[in-house]
Design a protein around this ligand. Sequence first.
Ligand SMILES: [Zn+2]
Ligand SMILES: [Zn+2]
Length: 234
Amino acid sequence: MSIVHTILKATLDFILPQRCILCNDEIIQGMLCNNCLDYIPEAKPPLCQFCGRPIKKRSRCGFCKKGTHIDYGRAFMLFVPPYDKIIHHFKYRKKTNLAIFFGRAMASIIKSHYFLKDADTIVPVPLFWWKNLRRGYNQAALLSEIISQECNIKMNDILKRIKNTKTQTRLNEEARRKNVLDAFRVKQNGIKGKRVILIDDVMTTGATINECARVLKEAGAKEVYSCVAAITPG
Ligand SMILES: [Zn+2]
Ligand SMILES: [Zn+2]
């Protein structure tokens, strides 16, 4: 950063103090105030063992009950208002620093999980190249970089998105599965016999991650786990 930029930024910071992205309270550093941080709705047990979604009693949630290629999965927080706004900032408003916040939280979950901690490699869910170019970054890859450093597990950007799929937001469960069917390819060899952790920002029905897991297993992955920043409740 040039000296002019540095001075300009310092001046702007002085004129426009930083504010919490959720409640707009003034903060000294970071993006969330202490109060909002304290109330983050973490995904707490009992959890679906396959996707990590909090559930009432059963061992798998309504989505995984219909079949899943994920062996074990975990999530950091629930994708519920107003906290879903943090994900929105991370994904669409270039608040890429949030990768450090979410990545560290996800890393600590991975490090304390009996299976996930021993994974061989970390694979981000890819974006279609055009979306990646337009956004300027893949949020799942940013998370994977942080998690890889924190957990000391190699990251391998081995998946490629070959279909520019429709946004899933307005689709029902069945339509989501169809939408992502055959949307991914494995780019090169090297996944055979490996235990893989798939990383993404949000999981709703799990259709996207599940399709990635299917492709990885087809390419010979021994086990596929998942870890996401946020998950919708069961
Ligand atoms: Zn706040
Ligand atoms: Zn589940």
